[in-house]
Design a protein around this ligand. Structure first.
Ligand code: IPM
Ligand code: MN
Length: 352
């Protein structure tokens, strides 16, 4: 099979972790006789530096032509610490999500048997956790009207959702639940927010079409608590953009390191695969970042974008093997040897 993949490394540790995912993907392609055609393109601060724009048109065209997009990370402290900056790397990510129509962000949370002791949470609470967040990605407060008034003394961001936007995400959630443990949790703040009441109303309506799925409606603050108290209680959780952003960072603690969790963004025009972690600028260029979230994102890409399940499983197996054998980066090494980012990539590719 021929796989045309747009490669957006982005900022910070993005290029380093992407490089390892490319090594592993190429090794898998070789094993299964596929041909991968990688097309690199600029995003984020790297793109601002090169062409003054965080998601240039040329990058968009490359993404539109590709069968899938593999993405690293975006963000640079030069912009974070300058509230007056008018062009920001993150705008590139948001523009990309919007222009590619990436409305559903699939963020799984699971545990690795060999890392169960690394989590700050008790083993018996987290062992066997297997849940999926479906985060709405192209609406809500991230994309609502925003601005300043009163000569800059008042600022506002608005959270807007249409019924259709909620419905298309919720449908995916119900379908996903059907293929799993048939439980769906609608996470909202319907006791306060009107947009949340629209979410609840829409999901309640859809519930009738999926009688096999057991649906719960929970407030986001309560979910934030239960998620680390009883993560095994959840199967599929659907939620709006910002709640999903916050809860998925929290959920990553369950697996032991933020450097482990992959994600897929399902879109109207294409799909995109990226680690859930950010650009981790403190580690950039040091060859110490954990590349596994990106490698596992590549596994999701093989499975979801190309239907290549066996290839995806080969990647997951080699990742599990590396963890079991202690071939890990410093975030997981503890007292043991800390491998470099590039060494992990080499090891994984050699063991495919
Ligand atoms: C994420 C990130 C982004 C988000 C940032 C970088 C804009 O935190 O993908 O979760 O908030 O969506
Ligand atoms: Mn985030």
């Amino acid at each position: 099979m021929k796989l045309n993949i747009a490669l957006l490394a982005g900022d910070g540790i993005g290029p380093e972790v992407i490089e390892q995912a490319v090594k592993v993907s190429n090794a898998v392609a070789k094993k299964f006789n596929h041909e991968i055609n990688w097309t690199p393109a600029l995003t984020g601060a790297a793109a601002i530096d090169a062409v003054g724009e965080p998601y240039p048109d040329e990058t968009h065209e490359i993404c539109m032509k590709a069968d899938a997009v593999l993405f690293g990370a975006i963000g640079d402290p030069r912009f974070d610490n300058n509230p007056k900056a008018t062009v920001r790397p993150e705008q590139g990510l948001l523009k990309m999500r919007q222009k590619l129509g990436l409305f559903a962000n699939v963020r799984p949370t699971f545990t690795f048997p060999s890392l169960i002791e690394k989590s700050p949470l008790k083993k018996e609470r987290i062992e066997g956790t297997d849940l999926i967040f479906l985060r709405e990605l192209t609406g809500g407060i991230y994309f609502g009207e925003r601005g300043r008034k009163d000569e800059g003394e008042t600022a506002y961001d608005t959270c807007i959702y249409t019924r259709e936007e909620v419905k298309r995400l919720a449908k995916l959630g119900f379908e996903m639940a059907l293929s799993r443990n048939k439980k769906l949790c609608c996470v909202d703040k319907a006791n306060v927010l009107e947009s949340s009441r629209l979410w609840r109303e829409t999901v309640q309506e859809l519930e009738k079409e999926y009688p096999e799925v057991e649906v719960s409606y929970e407030f986001v603050d309560a979910v934030a608590m239960r998620l680390i108290q009883w993560p095994k209680a959840y199967d599929v959780l659907i939620t709006e953009n910002m709640f999903g952003d916050i809860l998925t960072d929290e959920a990553s603690v369950i697996s032991g390191s933020m450097g482990l969790m992959p994600s897929a963004s399902i879109g109207v025009h294409t799909s995109l695969f990226e680690p859930i972690h950010g650009s981790y600028p403190q580690a950039a260029g040091k060859d110490i970042a954990n590349p596994l979230a990106t490698v596992l994102s590549a596994a999701m890409m093989f499975e979801d974008a190309f239907g290549l399940k066996e290839e995806a499983q080969v990647i997951r197996n080699v990742v599990n093997k590396s963890l079991a054998e202690g071939v890990v980066t410093e975030d997981l090494a503890g007292e043991g040897k800390a491998y470099k980012t590039s060494e992990i990539g080499d090891w994984l590719a050699a063991n495919i």
